[in-house]
Design a protein around this ligand. Structure first.
Ligand code: OOG
Ligand code: NI
Length: 265
């Protein structure tokens, strides 16, 4: 487990930018020299005991985070929870897990084999949340997973690491609205996720979100290398609830589309 929130997020960020070269560029474009505040960081895993959502969440609970929301994604066969820290300048955390038993025998076998290869004590180690893969999968296994679940294929290729960081628009000095940020990103040549529209949600659900499409990176599988989607960058604008406090949850209908930022185009 990590001893400080700052060092955990700093390690996560360094791993993430190494897998997502465009993130550094987006960071410079929007930050304009200022510090960017992260709304949240997201992780993916499988619902198998050794490395399930709870095991990932334990790293954040140990640092003072608390569970604040639960979400179901029936079609994608996923469930998720989000965590917040009492210090609301700390990024929120969104963790999802794939419901492995709902997939074909073939897919289940590939996933079980991957998870069996993880050393028993790896999940509690300080670096687990940015430890990547602990297994060997073939390009065929990757393609087999991809046919049933883009998410399963992504985890097989990238393992445990931040799937995305999210810029908090509420803390950006030079922009007022998500639409402005999207225009700036497109002008600079970044490709946005258009599933469900460029902007998912809005003031009516107290959260507006957009994201880039994931970068493409080359991954060495056991037999050959493939160039596939890696990680993406998200942008979130939160709106006040009737009591005046900013909404701090997630919106399942929007999240459902954000997951598709790692689809192959
Ligand atoms: C998570 C997608 C959902 C959000 O902010 O709604 C999400 C993922 O792609 O792993 O991040
Ligand atoms: Ni997100």
């Amino acid at each position: 487990m990590h001893t400080s929130i700052e060092s955990l997020f700093s390690n996560l960020w360094h791993d993430y930018v190494a897998m997502t070269p465009s993130a550094e560029k987006v960071h410079q474009l929007l930050g304009d020299g200022d510090e960017l505040i992260n709304d949240h960081v997201a992780f993916r895993t499988f619902n198998l005991e050794k490395i399930n959502l709870d095991k990932l969440a334990a790293h954040f609970l140990a640092l003072g985070y608390e569970e604040k929301g639960q979400y179901d994604f029936e079609q994608k066969k996923l469930k998720a929870r989000h965590y917040e820290h009492a210090d609301d300048t700390k990024p929120k955390v969104f963790i999802s897990e794939l419901l492995v038993e709902e997939f074909s025998e073939q897919v289940q076998q590939i996933i079980h084999k991957m998870v069996e290869a993880i050393p028993a004590d790896a999940v509690n180690k300080e670096d687990f949340l940015y430890s990547g893969t602990h297994w060997n999968v073939s390009s065929n296994d990757y393609e087999t997973l991809l046919q049933e679940s883009e998410y399963a294929a992504w985890v097989s290729a990238w393992g445990f690491r931040a799937n995305h960081f999210t810029v908090s628009l509420n803390h950006l000095k030079h922009y007022n609205m998500l639409a402005e940020v999207n225009e700036k990103l497109k002008q600079a040549g970044f490709e946005l996720n258009t599933s469900g529209g460029e902007i998912k949600g809005g003031p009516e659900v107290h959260l507006a979100q957009s994201s880039t499409m994931a970068d493409r990176m080359t991954v060495k599988f056991s037999d050959k290398a493939l160039t596939i989607p890696s990680c993406f960058y998200e942008f979130a604008e939160r709106f006040p609830l009737p009591d005046g406090k900013l909404y701090s949850g997630f919106v399942a209908a929007s999240a459902d589309k954000i997951f598709e930022s790692t689809n192959a185009k």
